[in-house]
Design a protein around this ligand. Structure first.
Ligand code: ADP
Ligand code: MG
Length: 245
């Protein structure tokens, strides 16, 4: 396989049970560099569990995960999260309250010399339009500002793959569309592969190159947003999209 054809992220046959319940069932997907895939489905269908397994903070019962062709998880291998080159972003942003904005953004740059790390932090704060915020603390920021700090923090170590779990759900309705668009611009600029989890069809339609529609732990349909919107695989998929205006 040529380098260009190797997906940034490749998940095959991922399964996870909690007790008797299959929360993730034989899930497979591949994401190329620069591609945004939305894992879309109703609450409780297994999206966050899937993301946590890919991040490496939970282990599957079966399946293989490759990043840039390298196995980071299978029945013998379990590369720890900090060595998978994944960036993480959550609904509540999960900033470190005792660290400044600069401390948060630079958190993943521990291996870098201080000057280079400081330059990288400054560059990212400019890019997310928060110049002058370096010395502030998270509690001094609005929700939208916290979201941008979380995005800068996740991107700082130049991850190969970005994993985002409902990263806009906590935001005010008025801000959300603008922040979605600016986030997407920045993600596209970095060329990282993005897996974005959401339960909102309109968010997936707005952001995704590809939608993976999930239900009861399985991907029931996968494709370009308008193909799925125009030709949902079944009645449940159609109903799920029907509240988009
Ligand atoms: P989603 O993110 O799509 O809303 P989750 O992946 O968070 O769904 O959860 C899927 C299902 O798995 C839910 O029913 C949830 O209660 C269950 N679940 C998640 N984590 C655990 C756990 N650690 N132990 C038991 N059940 C869990
Ligand atoms: Mg979830």
């Amino acid at each position: 396989m040529t380098e260009a054809a190797t997906p940034r992220l490749e998940v095959a046959g991922l399964s996870r049970r909690f007790g008797a319940r299959a929360v993730v069932a034989d899930l497979s997907l591949a994401i190329a560099a620069g591609q945004v895939t939305c894992l879309l489905g109703p609450s409780g269908c297994g999206k966050s569990t899937t993301l946590r397994i890919i991040a490496g903070v939970d282990r599957p019962d079966a399946g293989t995960i490759r990043i840039d062709g390298r196995v980071v998880c299978d029945d013998r291998v379990a590369v720890p999260p900090e060595r998978r080159s994944v960036g993480l972003m959550f609904q509540d942003f999960a900033l470190f309250p005792h660290l400044t904005v600069a401390g948060n953004v630079g958190f993943g740059l521990a291996g870098m010399d201080r000057q280079t790390a400081a330059a990288r932090v400054g560059e990212l704060l400019e890019r997310v339009n928060l110049p002058g915020f370096a010395a502030k603390y998270p509690h001094e920021l609005s929700g939208g500002e916290q979201q941008r700090v979380a995005l800068a923090r996740a991107l700082a170590p130049r991850p190969r793959v970005m994993l985002m779990d409902e990263p806009f759900s906590g935001l005010d309705n008025r801000l959300r569309d603008g922040i979605r668009d600016s986030t997407l611009d920045l993600l596209k600029e970095t060329g990282t592969a993005v897996l974005l989890v959401t339960h909102e069809p309109d968010e997936a339609m707005r952001m995704a190159d590809e939608i993976a529609l999930m239900r009861d732990g399985r991907i029931v349909q996968q494709g370009a947003p308008y193909n799925i919107y125009n030709a949902p695989a079944d009645r449940a998929a159609a109903a799920f999209f029907s509240d988009i205006n």
